[in-house]
Design a protein. Structure first.
Length: 738
């Protein structure tokens, strides 16, 4: 941007230079007039034959021609020529005609000089004209102070000179102002051009910067997409590899547990103390490895927002007691005390008891690793509208600079390979995220050499001040907005897991009873409420919910009564433990002499057989690895119950169930299903019945949006479900041309 230029100072002389052209034109005009007057006087001279007219003609015409000739080269000479010849013509006219008023023509000379000079020289011309007037009057015998011959013309010449000078002065001032304004305008115009050029350069630079920013944004979108894809692939890889590891690991745990706890199962085998110790080490190490894999799976589910929770009304003292009961043998073996101090009268909490118990077990396990003497104290007390739980140990403590590492995944205060204390660094970070999933907080306080105390809080929902208060038909929400959550009234945990798997972008919170529905809505601020209708009724219309909360009413296949229709008595989630297996068998309420185990994993079939033999040893165990083999065994051998996997063979587990129900001889045999979740192949024979209910009135636009979302979810005709729901590949935006 150019610097501001100071306009030049304009003087009278500089202004006079601007009228040079005007002056030359004026000389020409006056000379032409003088020539015309000269030709008129020539006509008078010829007509009246007076010599004075001839001299006047000669002076006027000669002065006009001389000034015209001199104006281009000697402008001042041309001016003098005009003025002197004009004065000579007037003087000649007065001398030849004494009675004429020619003396009154001398102010014309002053006027002409004023028009041509525009300066103080007009007074010189006026003085010369006055001298001529007085001199001619005296020459013709008039008195010096003659009023008509000398005094009046002289005064008139002087007054004319003054007026001409004053006018010329004002004209010169105006011309100076005009010149100054013109120069300032020129300067401003130059500055405007410079500013315009600078603005054009800046605009080009901005356009170039905008193109670079667009290109960088495109690259950033691609990088974010690649990073998100890498994170997703990493998360899916961790989940898949963890599941692949769990399958053989569960077999190792099952067999080592049977060997360690029920060696009599293996008849004829001699168990030496060394062999028993080795098997115990295998069992403990495999359980430790399984706990690490479970932590990885939980962290993966948290990253993918697919970690489900079963929220129910729970007493925190009961959760603490269960966690302490699990850990007391470990503390007793290390000769450490484990004390519990719980404030009496703590309110009930709306939490997932299993997850909070997992948090306490993780903290207690972590404390036992770093405590050599003393022990751990677990306290619970009420603070404001939260229940605060503390796990304090008397261990080695943590240095202030290492506190941040404790909450990092896979973080270790001592990360060297020679560290004395085991651990993967997953327990505390996982616990923190589980607490935050309950809208709580976790932190720690520690002093090196004196111990560490972990604190976490859980919010309470007071019955006296519910999160939602209803007066008539108006609802007032007092809770802060929660996560992206959906509430679901579903008594079947297996079906709930299936819903959670498909609604991965939402946190699906299970509700067992609808009597405390208001507190759940106030706490989680759900996007919708899903009601699984067990019977054809209109029970969803009786729910106490805000008018703007959508209720999705659906009759889902695979409910508990459908299981009973198929003869399913129980469902065992893999990995299967001995305790859970025997509990399911006892729930049948009948003696068991023969069992059919059906699974496409031969190792798992052998493991369940070992577990059943360890229970009493008198059971007859039949094994099958496909649906067709299972049906062949059932038709050939009488069995008391069936352990059946859903199977991925040609004849699936569902086909086996349907065949058993259709066969009168097999219809009464109870079945315990094996699997990780309720399969998608369980399709209801009933028609699809999906309802969306919202008490509050909806606009046409909102209704169309609901319809659009429903239509988008429908499978396309002529295509398979997998093809219909396969997302279209994203087309990356084309970067703008540089």
């Amino acid at each position: 941007m150019s610097a501001k230029k100071n306009p030049p100072r304009v003087t009278t002389a500089a202004a006079a230079e601007d009228v040079d052209v005007f002056r030359r034109d004026m000389v020409l005009s006056i000379a032409v007039v003088m020539a015309l007057v000269g030709w008129l006087t020539l006509w008078a001279a010829l007509h009246y034959r007076q010599a004075g007219y001839f001299w006047v003609t000669i002076l006027l015409v000669g002065g006009a021609l001389g000034s015209i000739k001199l104006r281009a080269t000697h402008q001042r000479g041309a001016l003098v020529c005009l003025i002197l010849t004009l004065m000579g013509a007037i003087a000649c006219l007065k001398l030849y005609f004494p009675n004429s008023p020619a003396q009154y023509f001398f102010p014309l000379v002053v006027i002409v000089s004023g028009l041509l000079e525009l300066n103080g020289s007009v007074f010189i011309v006026a003085a010369l004209a006055g001298v001529l007037v007085v001199g001619i009057a005296r020459l013709q015998g008039a008195d010096r102070l003659d009023f008509s011959e000398s005094l009046t013309p002289s005064l008139l010449i002087l007054l004319t000179a003054f007026i001409i000078w004053l006018s010329a002065r004002q004209l010169m001032t105006a011309l100076g102002w005009m010149r100054t304004t013109y120069m300032q305008a020129q300067t401003l115009l130059e500055q405007l051009r410079d500013e315009r050029a600078s603005l054009a350069r800046t605009l080009r630079q901005l356009e170039e910067a905008y193109r670079r920013i667009e290109k960088m944004n495109y690259e950033l979108v691609e990088a974010c997409g690649a990073a998100e894809e890498a994170r997703r692939l990493k998360t899916e890889f961790a989940a898949n590899i963890s599941h692949e590891l769990r399958t053989p690991l569960n077999i190792i745990i099952g067999f080592s547990e049977t060997m360690a706890n029920a060696p009599e199962t293996y008849a004829g085998v001699t168990w030496s103390p060394i062999l028993r110790g080795d098997i115990e080490q295998i069992y403990q190490s495999s359980r430790h490895l399984l706990s690490l894999i479970d932590d990885i799976l939980d962290l993966t589910a948290l990253d993918m927002r697919r970690l489900g929770m079963t929220i129910e009304e729970t007493a925190i003292e009961q959760v603490i007691a269960e966690a302490v009961a699990v850990m007391k043998d470990l503390f007793h073996a290390k000769q450490l005390y484990l004390h519990v101090q719980v404030m009496p009268g703590l309110p009930l909490l709306q939490v997932d008891a299993t997850r909070i118990r997992q948090v306490l077990i993780n903290l207690l396990t972590n404390a036992s690793r770093f405590t050599a003497t003393g022990g751990v104290t677990v306290t619970a007390q009420l603070t404001d509208r939260e229940v605060q739980v503390a796990v304090a140990d008397t261990g080695i403590g943590i240095a202030p600079q290492d506190v941040a590492k404790v909450f990092d995944e896979f973080g270790q205060v001592d990360s060297s390979i020679r560290r004395k204390h085991e651990g993967s660094g997953l327990g505390v970070p996982l616990s923190k995220r589980l607490v935050e999933l309950h809208n709580g907080r976790m932190w720690l306080e520690s002093q090196p050499g004196q111990g560490t105390t972990f604190y976490f809080t859980l919010p309470i929902v007071s019955e006296k001040q519910p999160e939602l208060e209803k007066t008539g038909s108006d609802w007032t929400v007092t809770a802060s907005p929660g996560r992206k959550t959906v509430l679901m009234v579903e008594p079947d945990p297996m079906l709930l897991n299936t819903v959670r798997r498909h609604l991965g972008q939402y946190e699906v919170v299970r509700i067992r009873r609808t009597d405390n529905l208001r507190e759940f809505i106030g706490r989680y601020r759900p996007a919708a409420l899903i009601v699984d209708r067990q019977e054809e009724d209109n029970a969803e219309s009786d729910l106490d919910v805000p008018p703007d909360l959508p209720i999705i009413s659906v009759h889902l296949p695979g409910q508990l009564q459908n299981r009973q229709t198929l003869g399913i008595r129980d469902f065992l989630i893999k990995p299967i433990t001995r305790e859970r297996l025997f509990e399911a068998i006892e729930s049948l309420g009948r003696p068991v002499g023969s069992v059919l185990v059906v699974d496409d994993d031969p190792a798992l079939v052998d493991l369940i057989g070992r577990m059943l033999q360890a229970n009493g040893g008198s059971n007859r165990i039949y094994k099958a690895w496909s649906g067709s083999e299972a049906l062949a065994v059932l038709r050939r051998e009488p069995v008391d119950f069936v352990l059946l996997d859903w199977l991925k063979t040609e004849v699936t587990g569902l086909m086996v169930l349907e065949e058993m129900r259709n066969n009168p001889g097999l219809a009464d045999i109870p079945v315990i299903m094996l699997g990780s979740e309720w399969p998608d192949t369980m399709v209801s024979k009933e028609s699809l019945d999906l309802r969306l209910i919202r008490t509050e009135k909806a606009s046409v636009t909102e209704m169309v949006k609901y319809l659009e979302a429903l239509i988008e979810a429908l499978p396309l005709r002529g295509r398979t479900d997998a093809e219909a729901f396969q997302p279209a590949p994203a087309t990356p935006a084309v970067p703008p041309a540089s």
